[in-house]
Design a binder for this molecule. Structure first.
Ligand SMILES: [Zn+2]
Length: 84
């Protein structure tokens, strides 16, 4: 559980169970990163001043980046080829 503040409001951020899309459909996500200062009872400000960047959209299930005409979701991360 995290205490998050942004735009003047504070709320608890708890891990969520991702929704299950129908077979073959991707679950698109965007990942953003903020610089924070951890500590006991810390509250994290997530605003533009400490936003480091964002990546995505990408699929939460198969980890493929979105691209025009991307095929259906396999629901699995493609295997990484072995190093040579
Ligand atoms: Zn996918």
């Amino acid at each position: 559980m995290f205490l998050i503040s942004s735009t003047g409001e504070t709320y608890e951020a708890r891990p969520a169970v991702p929704p299950t899309p129908p077979p073959g459909e991707h679950l698109w996500i965007l990942v953003a990163m903020w610089a924070v200062e951890p500590g006991e009872g810390a509250r994290y400000r997530l605003d533009q001043g400490n936003l480091l960047g964002a990546e995505g959209p990408g699929c939460f299930l198969c980890e493929q980046a979105w691209a025009p005409g991307i095929g259906p979701c396999t629901g699995m991360v493609p295997p990484t080829p072995p190093p040579h």
